[in-house]
Design a protein around this ligand. Structure first.
Ligand code: ADP
Length: 327
């Protein structure tokens, strides 16, 4: 008998243009997973979650659609996988409320992310920040996900979703499938400013569908090991974000050549950046090509089809949960 595909669910924050870090650290793996015949993938864009931070409505809508567009450009095939907006799945809200009643308040109050977020925006410690993990549990348990790709920062939220499912099943009988973490690649792409990881909020990266010329303008002025004041000064590739990105995208021979050249001042920073630019252009050429062909209509169609598919899964779960809870 054919093996039943595993249901994979991943949610991404609605933050606008996806950068190289998002691509190498997450989206590229999602594309590979979506091509696995043993996986049925659901990719959600978490616009409801975005509301917990002060958001400008004029910015949220385009940012949400941009993520959808970049997922498609990255190679997610909407015929194969469901790409959807969290806010299009009305059933999430119903499941959220039902699950609130099997969620321990203490666990929510102890959440590290809640504490961090309330420190970050003390002027707006809204109830949404506190309830965030229950909404995430609804996102995961609604489509009965088997696997959830998570990084270290999200592992405690997944643990809370598992606790909620366990408590529900214990009280009302086996209903909700227990989701397991799918460890995604743990690479950390550094920002071009040399100050930490590439991140949307720090504006220290570039979009995956940007033109090569625009990417070059950002690479050209990127931070490198400050020890290399002059072309003849040797450097240390371990202190240079450009060298680190080379390790993720360039062939082994080139990596060895540039690292050796950096240590011996055999290659200048601009030449090293040019080599990286060439490899990045090759890597991202298919993304750019798909992006050029995508229309707004394609994005809307993909999101509508994805929402229909995921809602069907949610409706089954919500109907059983309601019934078991006595509604
Ligand atoms: P950002 O930090 O730019 O706001 P998110 O926190 O929304 O990005 O992350 C979306 C996904 O991309 C997550 O799976 C995260 O692990 C991955 N990611 C984000 N930045 C990087 C990076 N610099 N290197 C590797 N992966 C990253």
């Amino acid at each position: 008998m054919a093996k039943k595909p595993k249901t994979v669910l991943s949610l991404c924050r609605a933050t606008g243009v996806l950068h190289l870090g998002n691509y190498l650290g997450a989206v590229r793996d999602f594309v590979a997973l979506s091509e696995d015949p043993n996986a049925e993938c659901y990719f959600g864009i978490a616009d409801l979650h975005a509301l917990t931070s002060l958001t400008d409505p004029e910015k949220l809508r385009p940012a949400t659609r941009q993520v959808a567009r970049d997922y498609l450009a990255a190679g997610i095939d909407p015929q194969q996988s469901a790409l959807f907006l969290q806010s299009d799945v009305k059933e999430t809200n119903e499941l959220f409320w039902l699950l609130c009643n099997v969620t321990a308040t203490g666990e929510l109050l102890r959440s590290k992310t809640y504490k961090e977020m309330s420190d970050k925006q003390p002027e707006n410690v809204n109830a949404g920040l506190l309830m965030y993990p229950v909404l995430m549990a609804a996102d995961i348990l609604g489509p009965q996900a088997d696997l959830v790709p998570v990084g270290d920062d999200q592992i405690t939220h997944l643990e809370m979703a598992r606790n909620i499912a366990k408590r529900f099943n214990h009280r009302f009988g086996e209903t909700l499938r227990m989701p397991a973490p799918y460890r995604k690649s743990s690479i950390r792409v550094p920002g071009l400013d040399g100050k930490g990881k590439m991140s949307k909020s720090d504006g220290n990266g570039f979009g995956i569908a940007e033109e090569p010329e625009a990417i070059w303008e950002k690479l050209r002025v990127a931070y490198t090991d400050p020890a290399r004041q002059r072309r003849t000064d040797p450097g240390n590739p371990d202190l240079c974000p450009i060298a680190t990105i080379h390790r993720f995208v360039s062939p082994k021979d080139d990596v060895e050549k540039i690292e050796d050249g950096c240590r011996t001042a055999g290659i200048g920073c601009i030449d090293c950046k040019k080599i990286l630019h060439g490899h990045l252009s090759d890597l991202l050429a298919p993304v750019r090509a798909r992006n050029q062909k995508l229309t707004d209509g394609d994005v809307s169609d993909a999101l509508a089809a994805g929402a229909t598919r995921v809602r069907t899964r949610f409706q089954e779960t919500v109907a059983t949960v309601r019934e078991r809870m006595g509604l």
